[in-house]
Design a protein around this ligand. Structure first.
Ligand SMILES: [Zn+2]
Length: 114
């Protein structure tokens, strides 16, 4: 009697363990929510280097890529920029100075005081 009891107990225990294991495996979500980190990098502008004597760009660059305070040829895209005003050696247009944008000033004022 005792023998049988312990046998049944063992069987129940093993079965329970096996079931528990199986249940645990089944509980694991087959498909985890995939959070796609979509980083939109649109504020990062790679500035071009403008030398004092003037830099020609081929292919032309966007005005946004011209550092502030630099004179550039006011075409749709910039194919020439210089640290000094004058005319574009490529097309003869008067160079315009790129003003410091409001955005830049706002970013600067955001800096915590040291
Ligand atoms: Zn030009």
């Amino acid at each position: 009697m005792d023998r049988n009891m312990s046998r049944v107990l063992m069987l129940a225990l093993v079965t329970g363990l096996a079931l528990g294991c199986g249940a645990q495996t089944a509980e694991q979500p087959a498909e985890e929510p995939v959070v796609e980190a979509v980083e939109v990098v649109e504020d990062v502008v790679e500035f071009v280097e403008v030398v004092a004597e003037g830099s020609a760009f081929d292919p032309p660059v966007a005005v946004a890529q011209i550092p502030e305070g630099v004179f550039y040829c006011p075409m749709e895209t910039v194919h020439f920029a210089s640290l000094e005003g004058g005319t574009c050696p490529t097309c003869g247009m008067d160079l315009v100075e790129k003003a410091i944008t409001v955005e830049e000033e706002a970013a600067a004022s955001e800096d915590p005081p040291a």
